[in-house]
Design a protein around this ligand. Sequence first.
Ligand code: NAD
Ligand code: ZN
Length: 356
Amino acid sequence: MYRNFPMISRVVYGRGCFDQLDDILTDRRRPGSDSMVFVVDDVFEGSDLAARVPVRDSDVLLWADVDVEPKTSYVDEMTDLARAAAGDEPAGVIGIGGGSVMDLAKAVSLMLTNPGSSADYQGWDLIRNPAIYHVGIPTLSGTGAEVSRTAVLTGPEKKLGLNSDHTVFDQVVLDPDLIADAPDRQRFYTGMDCYIHCVESLEGTYLNAFSEAYGSKALELCREVFLGERTPESDEKLMMASFFGGMSIAYSQVGVAHAASYGLSYVLGLKHGEGNCVAFNHLEEFYPEGVAEFHRMAEFAGVDIPTDVTRGLSDPDMERMMDVSLGMGPLWENALGPDWRDRMTRERLRALYERM
Ligand code: NAD
Ligand code: ZN
């Protein structure tokens, strides 16, 4: 069966287009359901951007703390706050931030219409009811969360997304100005998420013309951004690279770095972008050219990738890390083929982790 996946209904792109948000939302406000729920990264509290968020009297603005990546418990808390302030059926949920905040906004929009805890829906196509209208506005580029059909959450038992057709944003607002002031190190880690998406997609066994078309363009843009001088166009290119990288993996899959990174993140709390870099740094045997180029990009950005992160890890923790990683079957299959279980034994994975 071929994937029949949904795409974002509407996209607005361009410097300063954030100021069109009020008009865009006005069209969605209805009598009896006119409240918007803004979920905004708390890094922007007191900033110029915060002052430009078009909050009306009937709306609610929730500041999101993403010092740790979104947990199911945090989504449930935010959904309760949204419901208490804006009723059962607000007109929309708008996420303004990096991948974490966009995922939070997606998850809240789903949980407003689906009963229970968000932990109940970690998996594939478990969501039954359509979400509240939801809008994604990236302030960091690289994850592709703006286009994807998942909202990645850490739950009591697993780190797994709410993967469903209803998860996809109804609208995204791509304003390159919003990513211009992100700290260099964060910009690098999140940008490398995109670079790694491209390499894993293009080198994977699931590759097809659809994914190749998007992935090769995104890769080319990443090279211009991370191996060239920074100019105002760099933000525009990075924003499009993230979008195209996300489109590429929508019809293929990620690979070894992501499979390893999920384990690092679950057991050691490493964030997605950083965890991918920690893993990818040691994956020459799978992606020789990609890893060599990644090393040049890190050097160009002046970023030292952390090493020895698994040193001193207890045996049960190492086992758990391997369990989480090996649970990512489709990622391994994309990377290594249908016989991946024979090729990625626990011994081999342990040796890989011990190198990180
Ligand atoms: P992030 O959203 O976790 O943010 C990282 C840090 O940067 C935070 O401290 C945040 O406050 C800060 N920040 C955000 N924008 C800023 C700006 N413009 N200026 C200054 N600081 C800013 O980072 P990310 O790398 O964009 O997202 C990672 C998250 O995305 C993880 O939770 C991961 O699981 C998720 N993810 C989701 C998908 C998906 O398809 N849904 C794909 C990949 C990753
Ligand atoms: Zn990723």
